[in-house]
Design a protein around this ligand. Structure first.
Ligand code: 3HC
Ligand code: NAI
Length: 693
């Protein structure tokens, strides 16, 4: 064995040199790794070995470029291109042995081996698009040469991690190795290459798969059209597509590579990729809770109870059934239970690629009941009943009497005080908020709400469980609406004010849609239903909502709300709504004015950032980036703008936000009163990013 450097060693297995990389946590291509690979391949080439295997230790093959090094001054080490050239031009067969994930630069390295061997559990992909980038080390030119143009388009613009068996079918993996026997299989493959004198395949030289797309611009046009909604606002998908077009339309691999480099440079220096790279780390940072260390013991969750089979309870239950955890769902009335279970079934049946046996398997994990005593053997019980404190207290008292010792009692409340709820039990340390977002089986966010007395192991369990069910978790403290809804209230208030000053709901929605939200607040209300919390008997036409609901304009479900809807649920501005708004304005004696798009955006967003600072100064969020994680995953904040706090820095930082808040405060009063922390940051010349720890 020769130690090449701190992260690479060269071993020998008969005639095969085995270059072993070990750079935790994910063998990312840091300068050290690149240098180790370069020197390692050189040493292997100079040795009398007849073939070379590249393999990684630890949890994974190379998971990509080292994102922490992006933007940092380059160190004078071997470049990735040097390493790749060394591999591709090697006169000895080079075999990449893949386990875990071969992603981004990692797959681009593997694509320069002559062959790839992988265990079935491995996954391969070019996920750069999720970082606002494109594969910048030849991946855009090599992938379509292996898997064809259509598959490359799909893989690169989705960033999907393709399972090894599928990659094998696509030709991306040459041989599947038995699980746990990767090294032996790769060495055997290498020996076979030597014995059979197999060709040294250089992907860059094989244009066969590109030919099929030559002279067919419609392939790209149709792909763009089919994905226009998904790609809206993002720069990176289009740049990825252009690279594949270049692979097809240029005359040589090198020309395509030059186009890749040009487009990569543009993305790398742009604001979108900066935001998306920031977000990558923000999401991981959100799992770190200073006083709840990573090794905090967690409670085992083998069975879950859900109270209430309404909008939220159903979706919440699906999350657990999806990963094989049985769920007991308890309702008050049989018809509500039947309805809830039927909705779950419908959701499963409707989901893309749903197989009937999968639906049955998941449904069989769900047991409906009308008796809370059936929660007795549950390790976690999530309450999702009506949003009323008296009801929540009543059910928590009951749960306290039923749940086994050590069971976690969670509430899905959107706004209510969890400490007050916990106080009715004899086990406030077991009570926590698990705030899912609607639709709970789809939305990625889980706001974990820590009560004053919540146990650290309960917090750790909720955070880990979130990951298991495919959610992104962020920790909040108890306050009205926690992180997300508390900030949303600011935007909602301004939206309502704006339409009473002269903007129309579709003006407000258009500005926020163009900003990158999937929909604006009024379209959102129409989708959710205007009548949530509206009581017909008490309605006296005092608010716009009263007027709309009284006219049976309760949102999409009744064919009209703020908007009119056609039979395909396409929204159109409504003359009825416009008149109703104008009537209110006249009644109030105000003078409607023309409101600019800029004002709509600023009034929607600045008060939210300001509220974020209040949340931080009260210690209800750990760091500014956690707030961004909440907004990206729970409210459709466009990830290419990082999140409200990141965006605050992008548009000029605390000083600029303060200046705007003060200007609005002078005109419109206390709703725009700057948070003390905003004043402080501005006075100290700091950024919002300085609040990240
Ligand atoms: N660079 C630097 N650090 C990385 C990293 C990378 N590419 N990928 C992961 N890490 C770090 C994470 O920040 C985390 O650090 P922490 O423990 O201090 O928080 C640690 O590695 C473990 O990561 P995860 O918590 O995400 O671990 P998982 O096991 O859940 O997931 C993974 C592993 C699937 C590899 C996931 O980390 C991932 O998707 N990584 C990013 C992959 C990627 O985007 N690669 C492309 C990079 S860009 C590129 O290659 C450009 C090229 O074309 C030139
Ligand atoms: P919902 O009205 O759709 O469902 C509530 C269900 O609870 C009903 O089916 C009702 O029959 C049942 N229920 C009421 N009291 C019960 C009891 N004592 N025992 C058993 N079942 C009982 O309400 P939704 O929207 O699902 O909301 C539930 C909770 O989730 C609320 O706290 C709400 O604030 C919160 N939430 C709602 C979101 C949404 O978008 N709808 C988003 C996030 C949280």
């Amino acid at each position: 064995m020769t130690e090449i450097n701190a992260v690479t060693k060269l071993e020998r297995d008969g005639d095969v040199a085995v270059l072993v990389l070990n750079s935790p946590p994910v063998n990312a291509l840091s300068s050290n790794v690149r240098q180790g690979l370069y020197d390692g391949f050189k040493a292997a080439g100079a040795s009398d070995a007849k073939a070379i295997v590249l393999i990684c230790e630890g949890r994974t093959f190379i998971a990509g470029a080292d994102i922490t090094e992006f933007g940092a001054p380059g160190k004078p080490t071997a470049s990735l291109l040097d390493v790749q050239a060394m591999m591709e031009d090697s006169p000895k067969p080079v075999i990449a042995a893949i386990h875990g994930t071969a992603l981004g630069g990692g797959l681009e390295v593997a694509l320069c081996a002559h062959y790839r061997v992988a265990v079935p559990s491995a996954r391969l992909g070019l996920p750069e698009v999720a970082l606002g980038l494109l594969p910048g080390a030849g991946g855009t030119q090599r992938l379509p040469r292996v898997v064809g143009v259509e598959t490359a388009l799909e893989m690169m613009t989705s960033g999907r991690h393709v399972p090894a068996p599928e990659a094998h079918k696509l030709g991306l993996v040459d041989e599947l190795a038995p699980e746990g026997k990767l090294r032996e299989a790769a060495v055997a493959f290498a020996n076979k290459c030597v014995a059979e004198n197999k060709p040294l395949v250089k992907i860059s030289e094989n244009n066969t798969k590109l030919q099929a797309a030559k002279g067919k611009p419609e392939i790209f046009a149709e792909f763009r059209k089919a994905n226009a909604r998904k790609f809206r606002g993002f720069d990176a998908p289009e740049a990825n597509i252009k690279c594949i077009e270049a692979a097809v339309n240029t005359n040589s691999f090198e020309e395509g590579l030059a186009e890749e480099r040009r487009l990569f440079g543009g993305l790398m220096s742009g604001a979108q990729s900066a935001a998306q790279r920031y977000y990558f780390f923000a999401e991981r940072q959100a799992n770190k809770i200073p006083d709840v260390p990573d090794d905090t013991p967690i409670r085992e969750i083998k069975k879950v109870g859900v109270l209430g089979a309404g909008t939220m309870g159903g979706g919440i239950s699906m999350n657990f059934a999806n990963i094989g955890i049985p769920v007991t769902i308890v309702e008050m009335q049989k018809d509500a239970l039947d309805r809830g279970l039927a909705t779950i079934r419908k959701n499963y049946e409707r989901s893309r690629g749903a197989k009937p046996e999968e639906t049955e398997k998941r449904m069989s994990l769900l047991t409906g009941s009308l008796d809370m005593n059936d929660f007795a053997d549950c390790d976690l019980i999530i309450e999702a009943v009506y949003e009323r404190m008296d009801i929540k207290k009543d059910v928590f008292k009951k749960l306290d009497g039923i749940a086994k010792p050590g069971a976690i009692l969670a509430t899905n409340t959107s706004y209510l005080n969890i400490d007050e709820i916990a106080a009715v039990t004899k086990r406030p340390q077991d009570v926590i908020g698990m705030h899912f977002f609607s639709p709970a089986n789809v939305m990625k966010l889980l706001e974990v709400v820590r009560g004053e007395k919540t146990g650290k192991d309960v917090i750790a369990t909720a955070m880990k469980l979130a990951k298991k069910i495919g959610k992104v978790a962020a920790l909040a403290g108890v306050c009205h609406g926690f992180i997300g809804n508390r900030m949303l209230s600011q935007r909602q208030r301004e939206a309502q004010k704006l339409i009473m000053e002269g903007a129309m709901p579709w003006d407000v929605d258009r500005v926020l849609y163009d900003f990158g939200f999937p929909m604006g607040p009024f379209a959102m209300s129409d989708l959710a239903g205007l009548d949530i919390g509206w009581v017909k008997e008490n309605s006296k036409g005092e608010t716009l909502r009263d007027v709309l609901c009284e006219a049976d304009r309760r949102g999409q479900k009744t064919g009209a709300g703020y908007y009119d809807y056609d039979e395909n649920r396409v929204a159109k501005p409504s003359a009825f709504t416009e008149k109703a708004i104008n009537d209110f304005i006249v009644k109030s004696g105000a003078n409607p004015r023309k409101i600019s798009d800029e004002e709509i955006l600023e009034r929607s967003i600045y008060p939210m950032i300001n509220e974020g600072l209040k949340i931080l100064e009260e210690g209800k969020a750990i760091r500014a980036s956690d707030i961004d994680v909440v907004w990206v995953n729970g409210y459709g904040w466009p990830v290419y703008r990082g999140g409200p706090m990141f965006y605050g820095d992008l548009i000029g930082g605390p000083a600029k936000v303060l200046e705007k808040m003060k200007a609005f405060e002078a005109k419109m009063g206390d709703d725009f009163k700057p948070a003390p922390l905003l004043e402080k940051l501005a006075a100290e010349g700091k950024k919002f990013a300085d609040l990240n720890k």
